[in-house]
Design a binder for this molecule. Structure first.
Ligand code: URA
Ligand code: SF4
Length: 308
């Protein structure tokens, strides 16, 4: 893996050196490899985005509910799904992907119960037993994603880390705490949004997912998006922004501006793990500015900026 880029938009030298120190020791957000896209199915015009008010989730139907939670995701005890797959080649440095198509959805608007049912079936029958890429060999369990299937706001991170791999839920470590605070700062609860990653299994040593892993796994994410049909997608960090936008631009160029993914407005912002390492007033203000745009876009009130 070549040297990753920083997400910083030109902050202070001190911030930069902290970032580069961290980048050397931990997960990089500068995905050096080619952005990966898969070809998408032929599509028809997008129906107008639903303007329903975001509500606290209703209890899920008995057939698909997961005990105490009305949301989708792994809330049960971790289930060991380590699978041994032979002859899986090592992660390539780069691969060429087919031409990417940014056509709007063909998928229908689903009821809440239908969304929950489809997501639960996908998780149980396809994602949990998935052996489509080498990450199945080292995971403890898959991390499908969780949240309100009727949400207007869908956050996309990079991939499960150690805590997520252990618990089977996205963003449950330190970065997750900060994401929860970001969501709370928006006047929302975590259960009112949906949170997923571009890969459902933890990359070893928290490395950036390899392009072929992203290519193998993102059909699940695409289907999650097709089922949920959020009004806005927020990508967290550079790998998910690069994947969703088929872009080679830096985070500095991407964040703060509206983009679109198959007719859905998309706002790239910094990854909370990056923010933790570069917790500057400048970076926090940048994220808050991005999140305010998201609130405006979905017609939710903008709370006074909470003290942090
Ligand atoms: N970082 C991510 O990108 N995703 C998670 O789920 C946790 C940390
Ligand atoms: Fe399957 Fe995705 Fe896990 Fe690879 S990362 S094994 S494609 S679920």
């Amino acid at each position: 893996m070549s040297r990753p880029q920083s997400e910083s938009q030109g902050g202070s030298q001190r911030a930069r050196s902290r970032v580069s120190l961290w980048l050397r020791s931990e997960r990089a957000f500068g995905l050096s490899a080619t952005a990966v896209r898969i070809s998408r199915a032929t599509a028809q015009p997008t129906p107008a985005i639903s303007q329903q008010t975001m509500v606290a989730p209703d209890p899920a139907p008995a057939a698909v509910s997961r005990a105490a939670t009305p949301t989708i995701g792994n809330s049960t005890l971790p289930e060991k799904t380590r699978i041994s797959v032979e002859n899986v080649p090592p992660a390539p440095i780069d691969i060429v992907m087919p031409e990417f198509t940014d056509l709007p959805f063909t998928s229908p608007d689903l009821s809440r119960a239908e969304k929950i049912a489809q997501l639960s079936v996908m998780d149980a029958t396809e994602v949990k037993p998935c052996v489509k890429c080498r990450l199945c060999q080292t995971r403890t369990q898959t991390v499908f994603g969780e949240g309100d299937p009727d949400t207007k706001i869908f956050f996309i991170g990079e991939g499960p880390g150690e805590n997520e791999d252990r618990l089977g839920r996205p963003f449950v470590g330190r970065a997750g705490d900060l994401l929860n605070r970001m969501i709370a700062g928006m006047g929302l609860q975590r259960e009112q949004v949906f949170i997923a990653n571009i890969v459902k299994c933890r990359p070893p040593e928290n490395r950036v997912p390899a392009p072929d892993e992203v290519a193998a796994c993102t059909p699940y994410l695409v289907r999650q998006l097709e089922i949920i049909r959020p009004a806005v997608i927020v990508t967290l960090g550079l790998p998910s922004a690069k994947y969703m936008l088929n872009s080679r631009l830096t985070m500095g160029k991407l964040r703060g501006n509206w983009h679109a993914w198959r007719g859905i407005r998309l706002m790239p912002t910094f990854h909370p793990a990056y923010l933790l390492r570069a917790y500057t007033e400048e970076n926090r203000a940048a994220v808050w500015s991005d999140l305010k745009k998201v609130l405006q876009e979905v017609g939710l009130p903008i709370p006074a900026r909470a003290a942090r």
